[in-house]
Structures are given as C-alpha cells and as structure tokens.
Design a protein around this ligand. Sequence first.
Ligand SMILES: NC(=O)c1ccc[n+]([C@@H]2O[C@H](COP(=O)([O-])OP(=O)(O)OC[C@H]3O[C@@H](n4cnc5c(N)ncnc54)[C@H](O)[C@@H]3O)[C@@H](O)[C@H]2O)c1
Length: 118
Amino acid sequence: MNDPVRSGSPMRLSNKVAVTAGAASGIRRAISLRLAAQGATVITTDLNADGGAGVIEEIRSNGGKAAFRTLDTASEEQWRDVAAWTVEQHGTPDIPVNNAGVYLIRPSPIRRSRSGRR
Ligand SMILES: NC(=O)c1ccc[n+]([C@@H]2O[C@H](COP(=O)([O-])OP(=O)(O)OC[C@H]3O[C@@H](n4cnc5c(N)ncnc54)[C@H](O)[C@@H]3O)[C@@H](O)[C@H]2O)c1
C-alpha cells in the first residue's frame, strides 16, 4: 500500500495535525499520546492547564510534536480562538478528537424491593 495513512507504518500520521479536546487526562490523553507516537502534531486542549502541560511534556520527551491550548469545549468563542491559532501555526487540522466530558454517577430513581425486584 502506498498510502501511509492506511498502511501499518508506525509513523503513518506524519504531516497530520490533530486537535484533541479534554485531553489532559483519561481517554483523550491516551489518544493524544498515540496520535503523537504515530507522527501527528497534536494540539492538546483542556480546561486543566496543568494536566495539559503534562501531556505535551510527555509527548515531547518521547520525540513527538505537541502544543497545549486552554479550552472549555462549551465556549464557541474559545473554539474559534483555538481553530484560528491552530490554522495559523500548524495549518488546517486533519484529525479532530472531541469527546470531552465527565461521568456523573447518580443514585437510581428506581427503588428496589428487598427481593431486588423493581
Ligand atoms: N473511562 C471510561 O471507561 C468511559 C467509558 C464510556 C464513556 N466514557 C465517557 O468519556 C468521557 C471521558 O472519560 P474519561 O475517563 O477520559 O474522563 P476523565 O475524567 O479522565 O477526563 C475528562 C477530561 O475532560 C476535561 N473536561 C471536562 N469538561 C471539559 C470541558 N468543558 N472543556 C474541556 N475539557 C473538559 C477534564 O478536565 C479532563 O481532563 C466522559 O464523558 C465519560 O463519561 C468514559
């Protein structure tokens, strides 16, 4: 296969730009590290600037390319700023990764009887 993106090459994302949202921890952090390991320049964003700094430090220490921008995914204005900065500094992004979120655990509204039946 000649297409480096579809081939099994470990650096198949060289020359690609990824923007990962909510990437200071958890799933997107892991995705960011993986994208960088495959050669992508990763623009990591999160509300948590300290966590984001840690991610780009880890990417860079492994020879990858990364930058961090503070971003609240609920803010359209901040998305516009990050998009404009990314295009200006690195070109049009190829890979958007946005599933920022938190997992809320609430007690079930359904009460169970002693037998466990609803
Ligand atoms: N971990 C799992 O097994 C799992 C499984 C299914 C679904 N999910 C869902 O995937 C999402 C992420 O899970 P995770 O385990 O990676 O969570 P996590 O708590 O480790 O990471 C969430 C990240 O999102 C950031 N964040 C939260 N709100 C933000 C906002 N408004 N703008 C920017 N950044 C924001 C946080 O600062 C944090 O860095 C959650 O919505 C979770 O419910 C997780």
